[in-house]
Unconditional design. Sequence first.
Length: 237
Amino acid sequence: MIIAIDGPAAVGTGTLARGLAARFNLAHLDSGLLYRAVAARVLAAEGDGSDPDQAEKAARTVTVESLSEPGLRSERVGRVASKVAVHPAVRQTLLGRQREFARRPPGETAGAVLDGRDIGTVVLPNADVKFFLTGPLNVRLARRVKELRARGERFIQARVEQDMRERDQRDRSRAAAPLAAATDAHVIDTTELDAEAVLETACRLVRSSPRTSRTKVRRVSGAPSDTAQKVRSQESP
């Protein structure tokens, strides 16, 4: 079973992916960390992410094993990650890494779940189940601030908000694999849902998907009835 999850920054794609991985015994790949690993290498070389050749060279050295490197989740690395992600050559280099992970997930797992910006549209267009999470900037900003405080990072909230606005713009407007919901993705508005409600909703949709009906999965409790009203499922033509 292959699950693809996409959405803008701080909308909860990683949290959902980790939850689904635990529920259904799936290997999880946070594709954003691949770009952060590229960004970390660019920063180490005193770059800013704007040079496509430097970014591509860095991308060629990144592997799935690189994702355990310290410091990848810092705001500084995140800012540069969104810049290197606009370069088509970088995206093409990392594309193979992501597809290979889905094709041959590590360990004795039942499949893989990948989250990012273009998983359902470009990386894994034939994924068994696709999700696209949405949420307004103010809600996502509050989540990011809470996350930064929990990690003990120093930050200026206005700067974090500006960075998120710029990331949203770059993600949606880049020529190579822009952020967008796949036509057959389940779109979940997370504005009024906590992480557990989003997970339970997604689990219900996974279990009811005809493409996963042959896959043996662990039974979980259903989502609250009011949660289902906040989900819009887009069916492919």
